[in-house]
Ligand binder design. Structure first.
Ligand code: SF4
Length: 54
């Protein structure tokens, strides 16, 4: 399967439908990053809101 890797968006979440399985890049032109915390204080507090389950 061809994947249009966006070299500006590195990603290791291979379970995402937008992930380029053969390389650690996202295939989307852009993504939305958000948070599930009221006061985010570390990288674990942030989420890719563009994630879609494979
Ligand atoms: S949508 Fe988000 S989680 Fe999915 S491959 Fe792109 S950057 Fe990774």
């Amino acid at each position: 399967m061809n994947c249009n890797a966006n070299k500006s968006i590195e990603c290791t979440v291979s379970q995402c439908a937008h992930h380029c399985t053969s390389s650690n890049y996202c295939s989307l032109d852009k993504i939305m990053v958000g948070t599930h915390e009221a006061n985010p204080s570390m990288d674990q507090c942030t989420d890719c809101m563009s994630f879609r389950k494979k």
